[in-house]
Design a protein around this ligand. Structure first.
Ligand code: ZN
Length: 188
């Protein structure tokens, strides 16, 4: 198993590694507009003597694939999308936290029902979602009835909300909130 400290230099395809004036692109990298970017998932290795930068592939890294089910924490909410940090892929926790994007059209099954993202997920929520594409940022969907928020805390006092019929209720202050709730809410 890798130690997390060794993974601080982990890059994903498209990440900027350096500029062409500084380094020579080596295996696992590509150059575009004088910028050297990573072509694979791996660790950056810079040889300061030869000036060659290359990427050492990380085979053990769990990478989201289309159809995979991920567990993610909501890090940003906008009117039409939420940005998330992917914590686990198919129930295996990942060392590297890939970024995922959940668009409001990928939340509910009926298009006419679509409202502000805030009605379905909120900051800090733990969400179970399906991956739609191959490369970061991963596009996610929670339209499946099984998918959605699996843990949320009260917007007023921060206590973990409990499932109360089709809504969530705060056991501390009684605040009632709505989410796009996934199966198995609060069961982890
Ligand atoms: Zn509360």
């Amino acid at each position: 198993m890798e130690k997390s400290g060794e993974l601080k230099n982990v890059v994903v395809p498209g990440d900027l590694i350096g500029v062409a004036e500084e380094f020579i692109p080596g295996p696992g990298t590509y150059e575009m507009n004088y910028q050297i970017r990573s072509a694979i998932v791996g660790r950056v290795v810079k040889d300061l003597r030869s000036k060659v930068v290359h990427i050492e592939p990380l085979k053990a890294l769990k990478i989201p694939q289309p159809g995979a089910i991920v567990l993610a924490v909501v890090t940003e909410i906008r009117e039409d999308f939420a940005r998330v940090k992917i914590m686990a892929v198919n129930n295996v926790f990942t060392h590297y936290h890939f970024t995922g994007m959940l668009h409001v059209t990928q939340v509910v099954e009926k298009v006419g029902e679509v409202k502000h993202m805030f009605n379905y997920v909120r900051l800090g929520d733990l969400v179970r979602a399906r991956v739609l594409n191959h490369a970061p940022p991963y596009l996610l969907s929670i339209r499946d009835p099984k998918l959605g928020v699996v843990l949320a805390s009260c917007s007023k006092c921060g206590t973990a909300l409990r499932l109360h019929g089709e809504r969530l209720k705060c056991p501390q202050c009684g605040n009632v909130e709505t989410r796009k709730i996934g199966h198995g809410y609060g069961e982890r």
